[in-house]
Design a protein around this ligand. Sequence first.
Ligand SMILES: Cc1cc2nc3c(=O)[nH]c(=O)nc-3n(C[C@H](O)[C@H](O)[C@H](O)COP(=O)(O)OP(=O)(O)OC[C@H]3O[C@@H](n4cnc5c(N)ncnc54)[C@H](O)[C@@H]3O)c2cc1C
Length: 243
Amino acid sequence: MKTETYRVAKAWNATHDVRAYRLVPENGAAMVGYKPGQFVMLHLPPLEAGKPDERRAYSISSAPHESELELTIKIHGNFTQRVNREVVHDARVGVSGPFGVFCPDFSKEQFITMIAGGVGIAPFMSYIRHATHYKLPNKLTLLYSNKTFKDTIYYHELQELEKKNPNLMVMFTITREEPPSDWRWKKSRFTTEEIVSHSTGGLNNTHFYVCGSTEMCNAMTKQLQEAGVPRDRTKQELFGNIQ
Ligand SMILES: Cc1cc2nc3c(=O)[nH]c(=O)nc-3n(C[C@H](O)[C@H](O)[C@H](O)COP(=O)(O)OP(=O)(O)OC[C@H]3O[C@@H](n4cnc5c(N)ncnc54)[C@H](O)[C@@H]3O)c2cc1C
């Protein structure tokens, strides 16, 4: 698939170690057409002449109706440190895609539960922004887990979206420290019983989407399957070994 050049229209700190970017196609080229939940490959120039571009997969956190492509990137290893240095306001980057099938069918899936760990919130921002923009009737539950409060991405925006969208329920948890004193959500991992009780369609009618580190996704999917959720109603997007 062709790699298009995008300009970095905006870059900001989403948390202490997550950067967010708004990208626009260069020279009036068309924006990539995508479905909520898909990802793109972000390309940076090769480190040595004659080598291929360096590239990694990033979920799209904007929604298809928006004029910019938003990516939400946790800075930790070699590639993302390069992103942090080089993907700055007004820089040019390569983008190819979209790819992936981590996409709900909003016309058929009435009850959708999203379970996110850390930067695994990225594709769910696209689902939620899309459903809220089009006032979709789908009942959405977001269960969003982070180790510490300062790791929680989109904390304020998610609460604003919840106010705008009567069909969205957001539940945060902080698992490794005491949250702020006015915290009104959970302080430990979500249990299977809690996941099921917060899922409006219950065990039998909910479609479950899980996104985050490979370890978190596999553990959560196993938990759901042990509770009796059929395999074809659980989808996961593995981000790899992201801590
Ligand atoms: C579908 C999908 C969506 C993702 N979405 C997001 C997202 O929204 N936000 C986010 O922060 N992360 C996301 N990730 C993870 C992201 O793709 C990178 O793996 C992550 O940013 C690693 O960065 P790093 O700086 O640690 O990389 P490095 O330290 O450079 O690499 C970490 C390890 O990954 C290997 N690796 C991973 N991908 C490639 C590749 N394409 N080519 C060569 N080696 C590779 C490297 O060999 C190395 O062992 C996603 C991953 C997938 C598969």
